[in-house]
Design a protein around this ligand. Structure first.
Ligand code: FAD
Ligand code: NAI
Length: 478
């Protein structure tokens, strides 16, 4: 007789593992299957998905190390701190990153045990449906096992998108997995795609001494961000020495004795070759659906491989849900997590709701970029009547004390009701500061609500209040 569970979650990334834990908290019998060892030395599946193993967490560890290196090399002298030469031991930096990843993935195993989630080691795929539930095959090291689940949550995530003529070997030509594992800083690094990964990973290796050239197909830079933030970012990244070429058409990449050469055509139609030691291809991600055998339960993906779902992440198959990178919407860990919680609570008969407009975005560059809600260009194209308030970090005492006074916070509010419509930050600690704006928007706060809230002094958060005050042209410190 097959094992039976109320809920089976396929994939243990941030979407899947959080869905499994929330469902177990709500009293369901829950199993979660995962097959990917992400180079685990024992060949065991590692939990946490892309986020913990090859994405958010390892990348932010490298961001932190490289920022400290840059500070020590160039900025501590402004504080009167001097010492001998600064060196970077990339192997040690990577060991530190690995230790963080191992701790976090083991933490998810602990959470599964604590919440009585059964971990099934293997790849999940559908075999069909009976009156007793969905038939799922788990293919592991010991062979195949079939089980039955009343409900299924698909959380299989995504993988790096490939482009023609460029074969990723994850040694010289790398996607996100190889790009986080360099054993030394390349002298010359090429990056295809000036998106989130290109900017974050490119900045890591630039801080550590690489000459970085980013080749981007679009003619505009960071189109998803507010236009004033993109302009400011472009200016600051150029000053830092990140070379971003827009409007290029990528040709062939060839391995050479010293690395790789990439042929490309610039926005004027001239042909060029970029020679570098390493190349990172970061041109977006595609959903992992091809081995799920979705047709066994009558499901099909859309033309881009995503599983179609409604606002509540329900697929067309009753009792089957899909969350995270494998469905529409931003590919963000917190989006996957929140969809996981929503689906578990829906299955329990609750009435959860996600407002995707209140989901923050962060880009971990120097300075950080973060936003929530609409951009100014979106409001303009919608014909929305809005007000703008902006305040620079350069006028904030805490930012000056920290030596991190670049950038600003910009707030957009409805011209009549004063409801906050969007908040855009480029500046130190933007990733933390944006949480206040997300909370304000969840509560449908007005800019006056933020302006009247007492903020600690001296703190970077005062810039948020000043941006809110600037909406009525009554900033106090400028
Ligand atoms: P995933 O994390 O991809 O997890 C899916 C899991 O399912 C994987 O472990 C996979 O092995 C498993 N799986 C697939 N198929 C099967 C199957 N058939 N059976 C069993 N298991 C299966 N987002 C942020 O919000 N902030 C960041 O700072 C950030 N940084 C990133 C940096 C990089 C370099 C990358 C690549 C991504 C980053 N992201 C970030 C995006 C974030 O990692 C993803 O949005 C998030 O991991 C998606 O979660 P998920 O659970 O949907 O999928
Ligand atoms: P992306 O979608 O952010 O950027 C890809 C870039 O590549 C785009 O600017 C695109 O125009 C460009 N591009 C596409 N095809 C190209 C081509 N042929 N030649 C040149 N340029 C080309 O995707 P990215 O950076 O790969 O990241 C994938 C996902 O991971 C993102 O969607 C993001 O949500 C997530 N992520 C999130 C992070 C965060 O939240 N801080 C950090 C890193 C990744």
């Amino acid at each position: 007789m097959s094992k039976q569970f109320d809920i089976l979650v396929i994939g243990a990334g941030p979407g899947g593992y959080i869905a499994a834990i929330r469902a177990a908290q709500l009293g369901f019998s829950v199993a979660c299957c995962e097959f990917n060892g992400y180079d685990d030395p024992a060949g065991e599946p590692r939990l946490g998905g892309t986020c913990l193993n090859a994405g958010c967490i390892p990348l932010k560890a490298l961001v932190a190390s490289s920022e400290l290196f840059e500070k020590a090399s160039h900025h501590l002298k402004d504080h009167g701190i001097t010492f001998g030469g600064v060196n970077i031991d990339v192997a040690k930096m990577q060991q530190r990153k690995e230790a963080i990843v191992t701790k976090m993935t083991a933490g998810v195993q602990f959470l599964f045990r604590k919440n009585k989630v059964t971990l099934l080691k293997g790849r999940g795929s559908f075999a069909g449906k009976t009156d007793a539930g969905y038939r799922i095959i788990i293919s592991g090291k010991e062979g195949d096992e079939e089980l039955l689940a009343q409900k299924v949550i698909i959380a299989t995530g995504s993988k790096a998108r490939q482009i023609p003529n460029i074969e990723v070997d994850n040694v010289t030509i790398c996607d996100n997995e190889g790009a986080l594992k360099f054993t030394e800083a390349p002298k010359k690094l090429g990056v295809i795609g000036a998106g989130v990964i290109g900017l974050e990973v490119g900045s890591v290796w630039r801080r550590l001494g690489a000459k970085v050239t980013v080749l981007e197909v679009m003619t505009s830079f960071l189109g998803a961000a507010d236009e004033s933030v993109s302009r400011e970012a472009s200016k600051l990244f150029l000053k830092q020495g990140l070379h971003i070429k827009l409007g290029v058409k990528i040709g062939q990449a060839k391995l050479t004795e010293s690395g790789v050469s990439i042929a490309y055509t610039d926005d004027q139609g001239s042909e060029h070759t970029l020679e570098c030691d390493k190349l990172i291809v970061s041109v977006g991600r595609t959903p992992n659906t091809e081995k799920l055998n979705l047709q066994a339960i009558g499901l099909q993906t859309d033309e881009r491989g995503f599983i179609p779902v409604n606002d509540h992440c329900a697929t067309a198959a009753p009792g089957v849900y899909a969350i995270g990178d494998v469905v529409r919407g931003p590919m963000l860990a917190h989006k996957a997590e929140d969809e996981g919680v929503m689906v578990a609570e829906l299955i329990a008969g609750q009435k959860p709701h996600l407002d995707y407009n209140c989901m923050p975005w962060v880009i971990y560059t120097t300075p950080e970029i973060a936003w929530v809600g609409k951009t100014e260009q979106q409001l303009r194209s919608e014909g929305h009547d809005y007000k703008t308030g902006q305040f620079p970090f350069a006028a904030n005492g805490r930012a000056l004390g920290l030596g991190d006074a670049e950038g600003f916070i910009k707030m957009l509010a409805d011209a009549q009701t004063d409801e906050i419509l969007g908040v855009h930050i480029i500046g130190a600690n933007a990733s933390d500061l944006i949480a206040e704006a997300a909370l304000a928007m969840e509560f449908r706060a007005s800019s006056e609500d933020v302006a009247r809230t007492c903020h600690p002094h001296p703190s970077l958060s005062e810039v948020m209040r000043e941006a809110a005050l600037a909406i009525e042209k009554r900033s106090l410190n400028m």
